[in-house]
Design a protein around this ligand. Structure first.
Ligand code: MD3
Ligand code: FE
Length: 225
């Protein structure tokens, strides 16, 4: 398929790219899949090791899911709420994530987990690094759905200057390789209504958690182009 919006590509820095509108066509189907996943694994507000309840509600699909409680952050094969394995990652998720990763020079890409974040007005994600994954090079792919938000994009150190990017439904960001440990976050969501998600923004983040899977014979780290 010929990619739509091919020119809408913003290189943030080496290893990080914003693909505006990359998932615009698929957005309604993705939102439906999220709703169906959330029936089996509900969105919940996790507690951080420091004892704070996150303003963003989260759930997961894939081989493992990201969870947090008073004992720490980790990837878990089962939903701690139900004890059941996380719902499988839909084929449409995998295909989109792999296509976006390839567009950013990170092919092949076979993510282990998709963390889904749901924001309502006021919900935010403070500046952080994603560092609970074993593979330090494989990218994270982010898909924004529903209400717009402001991404905060810093540097390798917490104190580095932060740039802001407004992202809309269908925008996709990919960052890996040299940009994998950049500090990032999301500014408090503004009130609004979106035809696909109502008063919410949903963000999917795909992660390669394991360095390589048993039985695949290696080829652990994709190379950035
Ligand atoms: C790309 N999620 O779950 S994707 C996370 O929107 C997480 O829910 C965020 O960080 C979310 O760990 C955002 C990360 C992100 C943040 C800022 C960016 C990607 C970016 C700024 C520019 C480009
Ligand atoms: Fe993050």
């Amino acid at each position: 398929m010929i990619p739509l919006f091919d020119n809408d590509r913003e290189q943030l820095e080496d290893g990080a790219v914003l693909l505006r509108g990359f998932a615009a066509v698929e957005a309604p189907a993705l939102v439906e899949q999220v709703a169906s996943i959330a029936q089996a694994a509900q969105f919940r507000h996790l507690v951080t090791p420091g004892g704070y309840t996150m303003s963003v509600a989260m759930t997961n699909c894939g081989r493992v899911g990201w969870v947090s409680d008073r004992t720490g952050y980790r990837y878990a094969p089962a939903d701690p709420e139900t004890g059941a394995p996380w719902p499988a990652m839909p084929a449409a998720f995998l295909e989109l994530a792999a296509r976006a990763a390839a567009e950013a020079g990170f092919a092949p890409y076979d993510p282990d987990a998709c963390l889904m974040n749901r924001y309502v007005a006021g919900a935010k994600l403070g500046l952080h690094q994603d560092r609970d994954e074993e593979d330090p090079w494989a990218p994270i792919v982010s898909v924004s759905l529903g209400l717009p938000a402001v991404f905060l994009w810093g540097g390798q150190r917490r104190a580095d200057a932060v740039r802001r990017f407004r992202v809309e439904c269908g925008d996709v960001a990919v960052w890996g390789g040299p940009a994998r440990f950049v500090y990032h976050g999301v500014a408090p969501l503004k009130d609004g209504q979106h035809p696909l998600t109502g008063a919410a923004r949903i963000n999917l983040t795909f992660r390669k958690v394991f360095r390589c899977r048993a039985g695949t014979g290696g080829d652990p780290t994709p190379k950035a182009v």
